[in-house]
Structure formats: structure tokens, C-alpha cells
Design a protein. Structure first.
Length: 233
């Protein structure tokens, strides 16, 4: 279920000032998750991190990244034969693998290459902090918006293998049909705005500059500091 039950009227102008503003608006729709010890907020980097930071801060929940890397088909890299994600999980698209005759060696080679990049990003983003434990937890997956939802679909499948108790997907903006397609895959779907015509995520932000690695590092560090017990408390 998500707040927008029907496609919205045509919108004029951006829905959100920036990702931080969008995160605060999204957090209000997630208030029933606030201050629960099992709530975890996972951001799809990089653009999802500023949104998720505001969500985590409002809910009093810990924040981490959930990195998804597409496994591109050799010679047709834009076509995904699967994906890997934080926690060492791998989900495959058997139809693509069978149709194109992808060998185990090819699959392993692409997986190894993307695993190196995933691990590099995790080390860079977390700055030595361990990944959040999500087994048995109420996990909220956050991005700055969805178009087709393919990356989020891979994230849901990979996260499911880590056995959280519940999965919520929460985004500030997405097409209605994408939200509807993802709804059966999760326990809760929150799309704050479903404007039409949709066209692209960035159109619904007044400021949509690319989020840098340094900004991701800073926001994760700030969230970890804010969540840490304070001396004398």
C-alpha cells in the first residue's frame, strides 16, 4: 500500500526542493516506524543517501547503504543477467543466462569484477564501520526516486536473502505503475508522489545535483555519530 491511491493530476513544477526536503517529507509518511529498536534504514547510493539520512534521523533509526551492482551480460553490458548486493548476495536472471548461453566461467568473471567494485564502495562509504545487521529487522529501503524500478527490484530480491522480518520500500517520487508493480514484492510500499507525465526522477526536484562519494561518507558518519550513545547519558 502507498499513499497515492490514484494517479495524481498533472503537476506543474518540481515536487521537492532537494533530496533533503524530500527525505523529510517521506519521513512523515513513515512515522509509524519511529523509535522502534528493530527499524533499519538502508539507502541505495548515491542519490538515496541524502533522502535516507533525513528519514533515519526523523525515525531515530540507524542508517547504512545497500549497494546493488548489475551483472552485465558480456558483449551486451546494458542487459542484466543478475545483480549482487551488500551482504554478498547474488540474484540471477536465468532466462537471460539460458537464452544467451552464458557459461559459469563468464558469470563468475563478471561477478568477481563487480564484487571488487562493490567492496571498494562499501569500504569507502563506511570508513571502517561495520555493516548493519538486518536479520530479523524491519528494514526500510530508500532511494531518491524510481523510474522503471529495476535496481530496486534487484535490491528487494537481494535483501530478502538476508532474512529481514519486514521490507518497506520508500521513495519520494515514482510513476504510479512502478509503485504498483513493486507493491506485491514488499510488506509496505510508500511512494510520496506519483506525478504524470513522469519522464524522469530529476524533473521533480528543483535541485538535483549528483551526490558525491564525499557527501555519502559525510552523511553516513554524521548518522553514526548521532546514533552513538553520548557520554554521561
Amino acid at each position: 500500500m502507498f499513499p497515492a491511491q490514484a494517479e495524481e493530476p498533472r503537476m506543474k513544477g518540481p515536487a521537492f526542493q532537494d533530496r533533503s526536503t524530500a527525505g523529510r517529507a517521506l519521513a512523515r509518511l513513515l512515522s509509524h516506524h519511529a523509535h522502534r529498536p528493530d527499524t533499519r534504514v538502508l539507502a541505495l547510493p548515491r542519490g538515496g543517501v541524502p533522502v535516507a539520512y533525513e528519514v533515519a534521523r526523523a525515525l531515530g533509526a540507524p542508517l547504512d547503504v545497500f549497494i546493488v551492482r548489475k551483472l552485465g551480460t558480456p558483449g551486451h553490458e546494458e542487459l542484466a543477467m543478475g545483480a549482487i548486493a551488500t551482504g554478498g548476495t547474488r540474484v540471477l536472471n536465468p532466462e537471460v543466462i539460458d537464452e544467451l548461453g552464458i557459461t559459469a566461467a563468464q558469470l563468475d568473471a563478471v561477478t568477481a569484477q563487480e564484487t571488487r567494485e562493490l567492496q571498494r564502495r562499501e569500504v569507502s562509504y563506511r570508513q571502517g564501520r561495520p555493516a548493519l545487521e538486518v536479520h530479523g529487522c524491519d528494514v526500510i529501503l530508500v532511494d531518491d526516486g524510481l523510474a522503471t524500478g529495476s535496481t530496486m527490484r534487484a535490491a528487494i530480491a537481494a535483501l530478502r536473502l538476508q532474512h529481514p522480518s519486514r521490507i518497506t520500500v520508500a521513495v519520494p517520487v515514482a510513476p504510479l505503475d512502478t509503485c504498483e508493480a513493486l507493491t506485491p514484492l514488499v510488506d509496505e510500499m510508500v511512494c510520496a508522489r506519483t506525478p504524470r507525465p513522469f519522464d524522469a526522477v530529476g524533473l521533480w526536484y528543483r535541485h538535483f545535483d549528483q551526490t558525491s562519494d564525499e557527501e555519502v561518507q559525510d552523511l553516513l558518519a554524521r548518522s553514526a555519530h548521532e546514533a552513538a550513545p553520548q557520554p554521561g547519558v
